[in-house]
Design a protein around this ligand. Structure first.
Ligand SMILES: CC(C)[C@H](C(=O)O)[C@@H](O)C(=O)O
Ligand code: SF4
Length: 472
């Protein structure tokens, strides 16, 4: 009899195909998500070898990174490399016969938004994509990991992946979330505490009553940033919230198959007494709206705090902090709330789902962008966009002066026309604040959608809890 197992152990064992002498293990892959940036070489490799996709019915492709988010993009993309990659994906998807959501399809969007929305992402499945934020799908109790280009080709050809098993890490968050605090603040708080290497070599399972109370959108936000904590993947055991989200989705099981799936899914939890290699617990009451000040997602500060003094840090982090503040144009001791912004970006696979747009719209409603601030809202998919229009959210944003864009990765990274100018400072709902991430010389502060909305309205980083008081 096997001893008590974690959720990760269970999914891993249910997907074992074989183990090699060197400890490498082949696992079966249930879903392969594909986007235009990391797939061209893999398709080319298959073509050169005269191979087909092993399981086109388990492979899903959608363009997202390189697409402009303005009208007319289905007929013309200015940038040569972007156009070539989007065209190649189109050609490859049609030739290899996989599930495909082309640019003009209303279901197109960021791959990590589209997968769950279409019901491809299911509990207990293994999911890979040539993209580090594949961790997002772990919100459904799936083992979801980013892979590299040679692995993409391997999965395409064999529907398996060579892996070694990671260690188990448990992150427990307990208690009700304070007002104005969201899943994004949980993610930033965890990364701030354990650092960007804190999860290295581990698969994180998030648990505790705070996590159980999160919506699927919130769970996706949290799991999305597991990779920023260095983890191989992040996951949350499926429950009634998960099942309610999935029921009726286009590719979720139906009828008798749904009932069978539910019976299996209900067993997908870590057993009491399962062994953890690392455990962290966090009291939700201690979490406050959080922002980043530097060029690593671990450079976090409460919005009530100040830009830190690099001298406060030990070892190489001291020099890194100096350099980060220099790049960010910030002076130690400046209250975070005094930092003025140029751009407010609401989007990315971290925070571009309907609940994120609702949270931002609630803050924006009846207000206007601060003078001189550029505001952009980029829904995660065409369907999120349509729903936001139906709910009247789009009007709230446009009346406030925000640009209302088409779905894509947009200003999350500088691979398409949505970019910061050198020196511009941006309040962003995305997940990475590396140097140049949103455009050369651009300065990024990560935070929740409500916090970006608050910054957009006042023109500087702002504690959203204050604004809400003014509104009510
Ligand atoms: C372009 C892609 C490979 C990359 C990733 O792997 O994450 C991107 O999505 C990102 O967020 O930096
Ligand atoms: S939205 Fe950003 S983080 Fe997500 S896949 Fe696109 S570029 Fe990567």
């Amino acid at each position: 009899m096997p001893g008590p197992r974690t959720l990760y152990d269970k999914i891993w064992q249910d997907h074992l195909v074989g183990t090699q002498d060197d400890g490498g293990t082949l696992i079966y892959i249930d879903r392969h998500l594909v986007h235009e940036v990391t797939s061209p070489q893999a398709f080319e490799g298959l073509r050169a070898a005269g191979r087909k996709l092993r399981s086109p019915e388990r492979t899903i492709a959608v363009p997202d990174h390189n697409l402009p988010t303005t009208e007319g993009r289905e007929t013309h993309i200015e940038d040569d490399q972007s156009r070539v990659q989007v065209d190649l994906l189109d050609r490859n998807a049609r030739e290899f016969g996989l599930h495909y959501y082309p640019v003009a399809d209303v279901r197109q969007g960021i791959v990590h938004v589209v997968g769950p929305e279409q019901g491809w992402t299911l509990p207990g499945t293994t999911i890979v994509c040539g993209d580090s934020h594949t961790a997002t799908h772990g919100a459904f109790g799936a083992l979801a990991q980013g892979i590299g280009t040679s692995e993409i080709e391997h999965v395409m050809a064999t529907q398996t992946l060579l892996q070694s098993k990671s260690r188990n890490m448990r992150v427990e968050v307990s208690g009700p979330l304070p007002r104005g605090v969201t899943a994004k603040d949980i993610a930033l708080t965890i990364i701030g505490r354990i650092g960007t290497a804190g999860g290295t070599g581990h698969v994180i399972e998030y648990c505790g009553d705070t996590i159980r109370a999160l919506s699927m959108e919130g769970r996706m936000t949290l799991c999305n940033m597991s990779i920023e904590a260095g983890a191989r993947a992040g996951m949350i055991a499926p429950d009634e919230t998960t099942f309610a989200y999935l029921k009726g989705r286009p590719h979720a099981p139906k009828g008798a198959q749904w009932e069978m799936a539910l019976a299996y899914w209900r067993g997908l939890q870590s057993d009491p007494g399962a062994r953890w290699d690392r455990e962290i617990s966090i009291d939700a009451a201690e979490i406050v709206p959080t922002v980043t000040w530097g060029t690593s997602p671990e450079d976090t500060a409460p919005i009530t705090g100040a830009v830190p003094d690099p001298e406060r840090f030990e070892g190489p982090k001291r020099e890194a902090a100096r350099r980060a503040l220099d790049y960010m144009g910030l002076t130690p001791g400046t209250p975070m709330e005094e930092v003025a912004i140029d751009v407010a970006f609401i989007g990315s696979c971290t925070n571009s789902r309907i609940e994120d747009l609702r949270a931002a719209a609630e803050v924006v409603r009846g207000r206007r962008l601060a003078p001189g601030v550029r505001g952009m809202v980029v829904p995660g998919s065409g369907l999120v966009r349509a729903q936001a229009e139906q709910e009247g959210l789009a009007r709230i944003f446009t009346e406030a002066g925000f640009e209302w864009r088409l779905a894509g990765c947009s200003m999350c990274l500088g691979m398409n026309p949505d970019r910061l100018e050198p020196g511009e400072r941006c309040a962003a709902t995305s997940n990475r604040n590396f140097e140049g991430r949103q455009g050369r010389g651009g300065r990024t502060h990560l935070m929740s959608p409500a916090m970006v909305a608050a910054a957009a309205i006042t023109g500087r980083l702002t504690d959203v809890r204050k604004l809400e008081t003014v509104a009510s």
